[in-house]
Every structure is written in structure tokens, then in C-alpha cells.
Design a binder for this molecule. Structure first.
Ligand SMILES: Nc1nc2c(c(=O)[nH]1)N[C@H]1C(S)=C(S)[C@@H](COP(=O)(O)O)O[C@H]1N2
Ligand SMILES: [Mo]
Length: 332
């Protein structure tokens, strides 16, 4: 859903991210809400579509099957895991649409084989990996992370993959490689929104080298012990658990090591709203909403008390020292 923010008269793509999921999750509240005139036409249409929502198709086991739990500190949380249905039907993947339900409906066109990931830029050994060779590069581990979205919701997902550092080390970074950029696929034939100008394509994201090399930063091939569903970024994506969701680029085809800070898609779209670091930070408000609290998808209803958002999404003990001495208000 696109709405005018009014402030700059700009059709803002992220506006859809603030429509509370619980409104259409809880049908009775939804009816009350709509009867009260609070819901716009867009939301009513959305709710109608939700009523016909189909059970998500599961893509099958990831081979070799990962039955290894990660021993990386902080990689396994004891929190309740989000249901598979929720994690695969409430997504952001703008290549397939801007509504949360669009990726599950539209991403079936994505072709995940053949698929090549290129490691390039400031490395001694640039390389191209066929996806199935990439998956075999390191033993896979299951990691249960919170993924938190910038507009106030979170999920707990058991990802399957290995530390991105294993791949970067193989390429032998040069001394002047200080940042890593990720590029997603941009295929107008299979990704309907790539022909629109809602974002710059391909989707691009980046991390500082020490963030990319941190063992918690995951190159993910699967979730819930199975192949990554297309709407969640098949066949390979990045997961950075202490940052807002948009840092975790989906369906990546290139990993490029650079000397300078690379541009990122959301920063380019709205620099005052999305900085390069985008660490989860309850103390720094987004210009259009507070970031102090969040709803856990599937658990916290619209009228339930929201839970407090934790600094670095709860991974402060593991990653806090990466930002020692930095002004996190300035480096948002
Ligand atoms: N290529 C690409 N990657 C992307 C996005 C996108 O639109 N395109 N959206 C980001 C955002 S805003 C979020 S919140 C997460 C959502 O991941 P999930 O759907 O697996 O929960 O993916 C991120 N990665
Ligand atoms: Mo997001």
C-alpha cells in the first residue's frame, strides 16, 4: 500500500510497513476497526485477500540435512520459534510487491537453479560458485535468530547456513578491503517490481568488514531444516541478526569487497530514515515512529502490550564492541 506521507508529497514505499498485521490477523478486531472507519480501502481489500490466503507450500528438505546446532555464542535463542506459516506469508521482498502478502503469492516465478554467486572486488582470489557448490563449502548449522523489522515487528526463525566469514576468508581479502556489498538478483522477467522505480535495482546492501566477518553474520540457504522458500530469499541470503531486517539481502548473486562504504538501497531511497549501520537501537527513533518496542509476529496481538526492543536486537554481548566509541545517534 502506498500512501502520501504529506511531508514531502512523495509516494513512500515504506508506508505499507506500518500497517499493523494484527489488524487483519484478528478478524473480530478488524471488523470493529473497519466499522469505526479507521481502515482505508486498501486495508479492506487486503483483509479480503487474507481471508482466502492459502497454506504455504513447503519446498522440502535441504540436503545435506542440517542437524547441527551452531556453537557460535548467541546463535541459538531459547525463545519460541515463529510459526512456519507466519514466517513464510508475512514478508518484505519488494521485487515481488510491497504488501507483506505479495512475496508469498508472487515469488513462485523466481528461478533458483542454475544460480551463481560471485565473490569479487578487493580479493586475491575472486571466484564464482554454483549454488550447490556454495552450499557444500562448509558444514551447515542451524541458528535461531530474531529478525527485527525497522517498523516494529519481529520473528524468531531457525535459519540454516554457515558464517559468511568462511566464504570471505576463502577469497583472501586484500588489506584495503574495508566493506562488503551484497547484490540481489534483478530479473525483470521473473520479478514484477523490478520494472518499477520503487527502489533502485538490483537491491543492494552492505556491511563493514568486521560486521561481515562476525560469526553471527550468516549466509543462509534454508530455514526450519528445509530449503529456503522463495519468498524468504532463495536460494541464498544474508542474515544479520542485530540489524534491522532490510540489511539482510535476499536472493544474492554477488558479494563485492570494497574500500569505501558502499551505497545501500534503502539509504539511497530515504537517507534520513535509513543509515548505513541500521543497528537495532531502541534509543534512536525512526523519523516517523518510535523504535523502543516491537510486536512478535504470531504472539503479540494488536491490543496486547508490545515488548521492549533490546539494544542490538538482544545481541549486545556479542556485537557491542564492534561499535565501541561510535556515536550511534549519528551512525544510525
Ligand atoms: N532483495 C531483497 N532483499 C530484502 C528485501 C527486499 O525487498 N529485497 N527486504 C528486506 C526487508 S525490509 C526485510 S524486513 C527482510 C525480510 O525477510 P523475511 O521476509 O525473510 O522475514 O528482508 C530484507 N531483504
Ligand atoms: Mo524491513
Amino acid at each position: 500500500m502506498l500512501i502520501r506521507t504529506g511531508r514531502d508529497g512523495f509516494e513512500h514505499p515504506v508506508a505499507s510497513e506500518i500497517t499493523p498485521r494484527e489488524v487483519y490477523e484478528d478478524r473480530r478486531q478488524l471488523l470493529k476497526w473497519m466499522a469505526g472507519g479507521a481502515a482505508g480501502v486498501g486495508l479492506a481489500a487486503w483483509a479480503g485477500r487474507e481471508a482466502f490466503a492459502q497454506q504455504v507450500q513447503r519446498p522440502g528438505k535441504l540436503a545435506p540435512i542440517a542437524d547441527v546446532r551452531s556453537t557460535v555464542p548467541g546463535a541459538v535463542t531459547m525463545e519460541k520459534v515463529t510459526s512456519y506459516q507466519d514466517a513464510t506469508s508475512y514478508n518484505n521482498f519488494y521485487e515481488f510487491g510491497t504488501d507483506k502478502s505479495d512475496p508469498a503469492q508472487n515469488a513462485h516465478t523466481l528461478q533458483t537453479r542454475p544460480w551463481t554467486v560471485e565473490v569479487s572486488g578487493l580479493v586475491k582470489k575472486p571466484a564464482k560458485f554454483a549454488i550447490d557448490d556454495l552450499i557444500k563449502l562448509a558444514p551447515q548449522e542451524e541458528r535461531i535468530y530474531r529478525l527485527r523489522c525497522v517498523e516494529g515487528w519481529s520473528m524468531v526463525i531457525p535459519w540454516v547456513g554457515f558464517s559468511l566469514s568462511k566464504l570471505i576468508e576463502k577469497a583472501e581479502p586484500l588489506g584495503n578491503a574495508h566493506f562488503v556489498q551484497f547484490l540481489s538478483l534483478a530479473d525483470a522477467k521473473t520479478m514484477p517490481m523490478v520494472s518499477s522505480r520503487i527502489l533502485d535495482w538490483p537491491y543492494f546492501e552492505g556491511l563493514r568488514m568486521d560486521e561481515a566477518m562476525h560469526p553471527l553474520t550468516l549466509l543462509a540457504f534454508g530455514m526450519y531444516g528445509e530449503v529456503l522458500p522463495k519468498q524468504n530469499g532463495a536460494p541464498v541470503r544474508i542474515v544479520v541478526p542485530w540489524k534491522y531486517g532490510f540489511k539482510s539481502a535476499k536472493s544474492i548473486v554477488q558479494i563485492r569487497l570494497t574500500e569505501g562504504m558502499p551505497p545501500t538501497a534503502w539509504n539511497k531511497a530515504a537517507a534520513n530514515e535509513y543509515g548505513f549501520y541500521s543497528n537495532v537501537n531502541p534509543n534512536v527513533d525512526h523519523p516517523r515512529w518510535s523504535q523502543a518496542t516491537e510486536r512478535r509476529i504470531g504472539e503479540d496481538g494488536l491490543f496486547a502490550k508490545r515488548r521492549k526492543t533490546l539494544m542490538f536486537n538482544g545481541y549486545e554481548a556479542q556485537v557491542g564492541q564492534l561499535y565501541a566509541g561510535m556515536d550511534l545517534r549519528k551512525n544510525y
